[in-house]
Design a protein around this ligand. Sequence first.
Ligand code: GLU
Length: 445
Amino acid sequence: MEIEKIMQDLEKKHPGESEYLQAVKEVLISVKDVYNEHPEFEKAKIIERIVEPERIIMFRVPWVDDQGEVHVNIGYRVQFNGAIGPYKGGLRFHPSVNLSIMKFLGFEQTFKNALTTLPMGGAKGGSDFSIRGRSDAEVMRFCQSFMCELYKHIGPSTDVPAGDIGVGGREIGYLFGQYKKLVGRWEGVLTGKGLEYGGSRIRPEATGFGALYFVNQMLQTRNIDIKGKTVAISGFGNVAWGAALKATELGGKVITISGPDGYIYDPNGISGEKIAYMLELRASGNDVCKPYADKFAGSEFHEGKKPWEQKADIYLTCATQNELNGEDADRILANKPLCVAEVSNMGCTAEAVDKFVAAGQLFAPGKAVNAGGVATSGLEMTQNAIRLSWSEAEVDEKLHYIMHSIHEQCVKYGTQPDGYINYVKGANVAGFMKVAHAMMAQGVV
Ligand code: GLU
């Protein structure tokens, strides 16, 4: 495999799609050796096929605000790879959304979903719409307009969207209501639904909970207990919230969260009512961190800064892609942390990842660490299909099993001769091999 040549061709075909090209390059570097051991992959052009989405759907989303003004946003669904199951992946509503971001997320999702042990293909979708500052009625009208087009392309056995940044329980509810009205059927076409209408227990917490189960296993490979360790988290959304809850429950001390306005450093620990307050901040749609500092004495608001400048034992990216760069990595490494993990998708730049791996840092990528979210979505699909609701204990047990299995796959494919576990390589190779074998079995389609 000639990585430079493949990348040059892709750059020519898809100029300027920097996030997508970054995600592809990382996987190619990881899988190069195993790929070269399988000449049948080369013959079947597995790489050339796997890097291109099967289908991209783009549409306009017109809607009317509370003042009667008309707005037009762009809607996307990138159905990346359906070799191992129905397309599956979240919807992101954020002004930064563009085709490159949708494609990188769909690409990552393909391998992440393969790691979960469940039969789910990879997809991603969303819109450049911002829920910030929008009324409930505006969000509802937007979701309804978005679904008026999307419903033609999804279904419980074809493509099952869920939430991501900007899409939580409220948005899933409006999207689901409109889908049901349009097709005239109740079916498990979205995950992350409310518990009253087919949602799964633990789904809201699953990404954060799964991430902490995974981090715990990483720490165990070095005989470290999370109890009493300080944890720096970025973000304030669903993922950061779930991670803060579980980190605290396991005995860790969460000392930071962050938002668009900066970050909070709270040496007393972000636990109990402070974690509950994160949900209020999220719902308020206003500045996130400043009100926290005003409310809880002893905490500090660092305007316009990132939490990576604080000293901690464990660092978890829980906000968005490329939120931790090479400079941040240098600063973090100087603190000799016990563990760094991406909980956001591609939370670290390529430069930061290379620095962590070169330093032998205990480090793992988002597609392994955050797979508990989509895995629990898969469990929601199963419950909908068999028309049952599992108890919290049942879902949690399955989530534990899945995160354990992902960790095992990383160890199997990522352990180097010197004993260092390269989780980036392990996750990429394990996910890639499963999808590649499924594609081989199904012929050139
Ligand atoms: N958006 C989440 C992710 O990045 C969840 C997707 C899902 O549940 O389908 O994996």
